[in-house]
Every structure is written in structure tokens, then in C-alpha cells.
Ligand binder design. Structure first.
Ligand code: HAM
Length: 429
């Protein structure tokens, strides 16, 4: 029986042969992760790694038991001691759990952390939506200044730009502080009540449990109805209004374009004040490439201090698919500097020793371990993209000189065996 990866998951591997799988190329993943990491470090974020599973309760308490993620999409299992565990569906709650547990608060007043890895949501798989997906995320803990909000937005836009992605749109809203939200909830319920019967089933449930989430509805009839709904921006408290205005002012100052979206509430319960989503025009239905927002009450809610915080996460599948969809010039795979072609056992040992020396200098070097006919071997060297092939056989050993071929110019020359490692290294340094 042939085995296949579970539904909604995929492999990341070198050189996929099908065009539809190019986004799974491991070198593209390394490239994107490196760009995000490099830019995160330049913004002062430091790496944090948390386990891929947590106690289920962590997500119930933070993401919220009425959110889709928790109510429908979590991979939950009992461990052997009958404790309920969940594969992490997102990164913010685990980071905050780790922040509190490891007493990171002691290390300063502002804590800037980044993370990347696999996350799990049991949803109907479709293009751009997977059951195991990968996020790169950042969290800034301890700062209420609206400039911190902008720094997070600036970080992600800079990373997308560095990757060559264009035409992204930032959707922005404020969900205010708890006081603002309570006032708004009342207004929204009042507006929706006469239309209750025409709401979708999901929205009817949300009407009682978590009315703000109705704004998230994808149902066309709900959407139509919501066009006339009151805007949360008209119900912000003075403080929330002030905060949001300063966010808008700073975005204007940096000339970062955005679009206000009064229905953007995000599907996770921990948000307050600024929320945003970045959308890509080539992703189809799953257009959100990244998203984030403030979650000022979350740390206190988990038993820590009252620290304002904001963060963001991007889906790496969607980043790479957007790059491909927009025909961004993709980075090439690393190519070897040298491709060694030994023609017999004695030459093979000699080459292996030189390989060992060159690799210790950090060079990317390949060698054929299986001896092949010259033409086949050269074809393989050429396919590997090597700059030079180094040929060594009985004749070369007798002459005490290896034959070196520049694979681009096709020019061949000899290098004495006693200087081979030194002279080869000079060719590429
Ligand atoms: P989120 O909006 O649930 O936010 O996810 C962020 C990004 O992860 C999405 O924009 C999307 O690119 C990607 N994503 C989510 N689900 C899937 C999926 N099933 N398949 C592929 N990609 C997916 C969060 O997770 C928050 N923790 C973000 C955050 C950080 N807020 C504050 N700090």
C-alpha cells in the first residue's frame, strides 16, 4: 500500500517536478524564513520557540471558546494521563504563556519576540488553507504607544517588500477597549434584532454568544445586512479613539496606505484596539496573507501583569504562493562551486580528501561516489549548476595534475595535485 500525507498537509522538499508544487521547494522556504528573520532581528525581535502542543485550556481561555478556531478547528487529544492537549492553532497564546511562565518580564520593559513553525487547524482544506500550515509571527509585549502598532505593521510590510511582493492591501480597524465594545455590542444587537430571522444559522448563534463575530460572517445575506450596520468606530471611548487616531496619523506620516474596514473584528477573542489584516490579490478566497492586532488584556487574563501588547503573524504558504502568483524573481537554489568526478577508486579517495578540506572552508562541493562514464558524469555536473568540475583518473594521477573544467566557459586547465585544494579555493574566493 502506498502511503500519502494526511489531508490538508504537504511536504516541503528540494526540486519539485510539478509546476503546481513549486511553492513547496525547500530553498524557497529557507529564503522566506531567512528574510523574515533578518528583518525581525533588525527591528530588535528575538527568537522564542514554544512546544507544538499545549494544554487545551490555554486556547479556550485566550482565543475564545466561541471562535471558529477553538469551537471547530482544534486538534485535541488526550495524552496517556488523560490530560486534554491541543496542537497549537496559533502562536500568540503559547508565547504569552511562555512569557509569564519563564518570568521574562524581569528582563526589561519591552519584550520583542519572533517565532516560526507549524500550526494546526482542522478546517476544510482548499487552495491556501491547510490543516498544518506555517506562520512567522512577532509579538511586542509591554508598550501601549501607538508607534508600537505602526512598528509591527511597518515590519511586515518591509518583509513583504523585501520578498518582492507588491500590491498588498492593509485593512485596518479598531475594536476599542472593553467599554467601547460593550456599547457597540448593544448598538449592533439593537440593529440586528429585527432581522434576526434572516441571519444565517452561525450568525444567529453568534447573536447570543458573541455578536461582534457576526461582522466576520461570509454569508452573502448577512454581509448585505451588515452594510447598514452601525460602525464600531462611532462607539470608541475617548482613549480608544485617541489611540486609533494616532495610529492613523503615524501611518500617514510613513506614507503606508491602508483601508479602513469597520467590519474587521478578527476571529480571535483576545484582540482590542488596533486590528489589521494584510490581503493579497492573488490568493483567491483565502486572501489574508497576514494579520494581527493589540491584545492588551491577554497577559493579565493568563495570570500575568497588566502589559499592553501587539503582534502579527503571516502564513508562509500564502507568502510563497503570492510570490509565485505575482511572478516575483525567485531565488535560485545554491549551486556547488566544485563537482568532483573521480574515475577510479584511488582517485576517489584522493578527491574525498580534497573535498574534506574545501568543505571546512565553507565551500559547497559535490562529488560522485559512484563512478560513471565521463559524458554522464559531466552531464550530472552541469545539471548540478557547479562552477567547475574536477576530473581525476589514472592519467591525471600519473601526471600529478587534475583536470579542471570551467562549466560556463567550457575552458579546461590543469592544477598540480599537491596544490589542488589551495588553488581550487583561490578560483572561487
Ligand atoms: P490569524 O489571522 O488566525 O492570526 O492567522 C494569521 C495568518 O496565518 C493568516 O493571515 C494566514 O496567512 C495564515 N493562516 C491561518 N490559518 C491558515 C490555514 N488554515 N492555512 C494556511 N494559512 C493560514 C493569528 O494566528 C494571530 N495569532 C496573529 C497575531 C499575532 N495576532 C497578534 N499576534
Amino acid at each position: 500500500m502506498k502511503h500519502s500525507a494526511p489531508k490538508g498537509t504537504f511536504d516541503i522538499f528540494p526540486t519539485p517536478s510539478q509546476p503546481k508544487d513549486i511553492w513547496k521547494s525547500s530553498h524557497l522556504w529557507s529564503h522566506v524564513e531567512t528574510v523574515f528573520q533578518t528583518i525581525a532581528k533588525s527591528f530588535g525581535f528575538e527568537l522564542i520557540n514554544t512546544p507544538i502542543f499545549e494544554k487545551t485550556d490555554l486556547f479556550l481561555r485566550t482565543v475564545g471558546d466561541t471562535s471558529d478556531i477553538v469551537s471547530k478547528e482544534m486538534y485535541i487529544f488526550e495524552d496517556k494521563a488523560s490530560r486534554s492537549m491541543a496542537l497549537r492553532p496559533e502562536g500568540t497564546a503559547p508565547v504569552i504563556r511562555a512569557f509569564i511562565e519563564n518570568n521574562l518580564i524581569q528582563t526589561g520593559s519591552l519584550h520583542k519576540l519572533f517565532y516560526f513553525g507549524p500550526y494546526f487547524r482542522y478546517d476544510r482544506p482548499q487552495a491556501g488553507r491547510y490543516r498544518q500550515f506555517h506562520q512567522f509571527g512577532v509579538e511586542a509585549i509591554g508598550e501601549k504607544n501607538p508607534l508600537q502598532d505602526i512598528e509591527i505593521i511597518d515590519f511586515c510590510m518591509q518583509a513583504y517588500e523585501k520578498l518582492g511582493i507588491k500590491g498588498l492591501e492593509i485593512l485596518l480597524n479598531s475594536v476599542g477597549d472593553p467599554k467601547s465594545r460593550d456599547r457597540y455590542k448593544d448598538a449592533l444587537l439593537k440593529y440586528l434584532k429585527p432581522h434576526f430571522e434572516s441571519l444565517s444559522d452561525d450568525s444567529q448563534t453568534r447573536f447570543h454568544k458573541n455578536p461582534l463575530r457576526i461582522l466576520d460572517s461570509k454569508d452573502p445575506k448577512d454581509k448585505e445586512l451588515l452594510k447598514e450596520a452601525p460602525s464600531i468606530l462611532d462607539y470608541l471611548s475617548k482613549d480608544s479613539e485617541n489611540h486609533f487616531q494616532r495610529v492613523l496619523d503615524a501611518l500617514n506620516l510613513l506614507k503606508i496606505p491602508y483601508k479602513l474596514d469597520q467590519n474587521l473584528v478578527r476571529g480571535l477573542d483576545y484582540y482590542n484596539e488596533t486590528v489589521f489584516e494584510v490581503t493579497s490579490n492573488v490568493l483567491g478566497a483565502q486572501s489574508s496573507i497576514g494579520a494581527g492586532g493589540r491584545y492588551d488584556g491577554l497577559i493579565r487574563n493568563l495570570g500575568g501583569q497588566d502589559l499592553p501588547s501587539i503582534g502579527f503573524a503571516t502564513g508562509l504558504e500564502r507568502v510563497i504562493q503570492t510570490m509565485i502568483g505575482q511572478k516575483v524573481a525567485l531565488p535560485e537554489k545554491d549551486k556547488p562551486s566544485f563537482f568532483f568526478i573521480p574515475l577510479d577508486d584511488k582517485s576517489s579517495l584522493f578527491c574525498f580528501e580534497i573535498l574534506h578540506v574545501l568543505r571546512r572552508q565553507g565551500l559547497f562541493v559535490k562529488m560522485l561516489l559512484k563512478q560513471k562514464k565521463m559524458q554522464k558524469a559531466l552531464q550530472e555536473a552541469s545539471e548540478s549548476g557547479a562552477q567547475f568540475s574536477v576530473i581525476l583518473g589514472e592519467n591525471e594521477l600519473a601526471k600529478h595534475a587534475a583536470q579542471v573544467k570551467n562549466m560556463r566557459t567550457r575552458e579546461s586547465f590543469e592544477i598540480p595535485l599537491n596544490k589542488l585544494a589551495v588553488e581550487l579555493a583561490k578560483l572561487v574566493h
